[in-house]
Design a protein around this ligand. Structure first.
Ligand SMILES: [Zn+2]
Length: 197
């Protein structure tokens, strides 16, 4: 799939990088970066979750509400373990047990609010699918950096391939693995005793 190489997508990747760089201090975790503008939604994620729960005969309990609000408080990529740690550590009556967080996150995924994007350090990474445009990821295997991109050319290729197979596309997930520009930079040599000899 040479179409997905750094050349065809360099413009948006560069844009993403400079924006990401300016956010560096706010978001030190490289995999937390999100680069695309959100899409407006009529119904809040919490309401959307409530509607989904009703279809299963369940209620939006305070715990479920706290979990969905915490997840949608910002647009970062997240892993459930970190989220669970954060919610289990809350003291202001907003504490949610770890096992509950895992259950609520699974329900939110089923509801189409979030989606799994990658596995990193033995943890599943999630991101918002509700209120965020569809996109794909370039994933650096060295630094864990996630670069988000959208490619109409890629969508067109997939549509064409699907049409050849009489297949109707409902969605796709693409993760491209490799080394980011950052990871490929030559590292400054450390001064060792040998250098001074
Ligand atoms: Zn993403």
């Amino acid at each position: 799939m040479s179409h997905l190489g750094p050349h065809s997508d360099s413009s948006s990747a560069d844009g993403a990088r400079s924006r990401a760089a300016s956010q560096e201090e706010a978001a030190p975790n490289p995999r937390g970066r999100t680069d695309l503008p959100p899409v407006p939604v009529a119904v809040s994620p919490t309401e959307k979750f409530r509607e989904f729960l009703i279809t299963r005969g369940q209620r939006l309990t305070p715990e479920r509400r706290i979990t969905v609000e915490e997840v949608f408080a910002d647009h970062e990529h997240f892993d459930v373990e970190t989220l669970a740690e954060r919610l289990a550590a809350k003291s202001d009556g907003r504490r949610v047990s770890r096992s509950s967080v895992y259950r609520h996150v699974a329900a939110m995924e089923e509801a189409g609010l979030i989606r799994k994007i990658a596995r990193q350090d033995d943890r599943d990474l999630y991101e918002h699918s509700y209120g965020y445009p569809h996109h794909d990821h370039l994933i650096c295997r060295e630094t864990g950096e996630l670069i988000e991109f959208r490619s109409p050319e890629l969508d067109a290729i997939l549509e064409r391939v699907a049409a050849e197979h009489g297949f109707r596309v409902e969605g796709h997930r693409l993760e491209v693995y490799g080394l980011s520009r950052e990871a490929r930079k030559p590292r400054p040599r450390r001064h060792s005793k040998l250098d001074r000899v």
